[in-house]
Design a protein around this ligand. Structure first.
Ligand code: 1GP
Length: 252
């Protein structure tokens, strides 16, 4: 059934030990030319997903951006919304984020209540996602905008318990994010601990800038690696990053 297609795919890959690579596109930072380039590289590298969204989206390019990808590529588009306004019915699925690492009720449930009717009406696949912002060594847009303290980077037990609680509350994915452009990405130690505590797929992002880090994160237990910032600076990295992530399945 269409409405669980993306999630079923993610679970199937996890069962088969396959790792996924996702390119994060911030609609504020791209135009049609840039998109064309990212799509060409994405197809060449067999990128698994395009994530579209950001903590703060100022332009009104989101809808056009999603449609642009859908017209040119079969790579699924997942919305990664920083606010309820970042919804496009043209996307394949929406990561329905609840900021479970924070204690800001608005981002845990408040904004969801307000936006529920129109999100449901959009008809796209909704994937409930326990979103955990981990301290990335410097304030990031997400840590500022969320008005919630990030999870300390060396508190593995808190991370494990938070992810477990999210899973037991019914969340279908856990996304651990050090924040876009984080100085310090999430450590392999934390990824290993958290991945052993949950059964749902684990997404890791924030501050990943090179293929080695992406590879090590996957070996540690990440199921999906998300990279945005580094690709904005050097789109060619898509090829190396995707190949590093996909190589883990071959080895493992
Ligand atoms: C941020 O996880 C994403 O929410 C990706 O971070 O932009 O640092 O790759 P980067």
């Amino acid at each position: 059934m269409k409405l669980t297609e993306i999630y079923s795919g993610l679970c199937e890959k996890k069962v088969n030990g396959k790792k996924s690579f996702a390119v994060l596109i911030d609609p504020d930072k791209v135009d049609d030319n840039k998109m064309e380039q990212l799509i060409l590289l994405g197809e060449k590298a067999a990128v698994d997903y395009f994530l579209v969204g950001g903590s703060l989206v100022i332009s009104d390019y989101l809808d056009s951006c999603v449609r642009f990808i859908k017209r040119r590529s079969h790579i699924p588009v997942l919305l990664f919304p920083g606010s309820p306004s970042q919804v496009s019915k043209y996307a394949d699925a929406l990561l329905y984020l609840s900021l479970i690492s924070g204690r800001n009720p608005e981002l845990l449930i408040g904004q969801h209540v307000v936006s529920a009717p129109f999100i449901k009406q959009s008809g796209i696949e909704i994937i409930s996602t326990g979103y955990m912002v981990v301290d990335g060594g410097a304030p990031t847009t997400v840590s500022y905008i969320s008005n919630a303290a990030p999870l300390p980077a060396d508190k593995y037990d808190i991370a494990m318990c938070t992810a477990m609680a999210g899973e037991m509350l019914g969340m279908k994915l856990i996304y651990m994010d050090a924040g876009s452009g984080a100085k310090t990405p999430i450590t392999e130690n934390m990824i290993t601990k958290v991945s052993h505590s949950i059964e749902v797929p684990l997404i890791i992002g924030g501050g990943i800038t090179d293929p080695e880090k992406a590879y090590l994160n996957c070996k540690a237990g990440a199921d999906v690696i998300v990279v945005g910032n580094a690709i904005e600076k050097d789109p060619g990295l898509i090829i190396e990053l995707a190949s590093a992530v996909h190589s883990v399945a071959v080895v493992g």
